[in-house]
Design a binder for this molecule. Structure first.
Ligand SMILES: [Zn+2]
Ligand SMILES: [Zn+2]
Length: 116
């Protein structure tokens, strides 16, 4: 059942210039890794980096790779800047290490780190 929904949502997507164009409902049904490839997310991510002045919100690092981490997944497809936080690579990994044992599986956490 769950899988059917995902494959239908994925099949309905248009893959344009390396990104998926998807509606909010489609995006909510996507596996997180694919969600990160949507046009919406690619745009939002850049806007979020600008909004947070291209620096890690934990340590103010500007030189390292910066990730846009979801604090909350309920607004996938229609996030506000409050739903995300900009973290440098080391802080992002530390952040996820400190979450192990909570609701997310390892695969989901690695998907997050690889995908951002
Ligand atoms: Zn994260
Ligand atoms: Zn940092």
């Amino acid at each position: 059942m769950e899988l059917n929904v995902i494959s239908r949502a994925t099949a309905a997507l248009e893959f344009v210039n390396g990104v998926y164009e998807a509606s909010i409902l489609q995006m909510k049904a996507l596996p997180y890794k694919l969600y990160l490839k949507t046009e919406h997310w690619q745009h939002f991510r850049i806007e979020a980096l600008k909004f947070y002045q291209h620096k890690c919100q934990l340590c103010n690092e500007k030189e390292k790779q910066l990730d846009v981490h979801h604090r909350d997944y309920k607004n996938l497809g229609c996030e506000t800047f409050n739903d995300v936080i900009v973290l440098c690579d080391p802080c992002h990994k530390t952040f996820h290490d400190s979450l192990s044992g909570c609701c997310m599986s390892d695969a989901e956490i690695h998907g997050l780190i690889d995908g951002m």
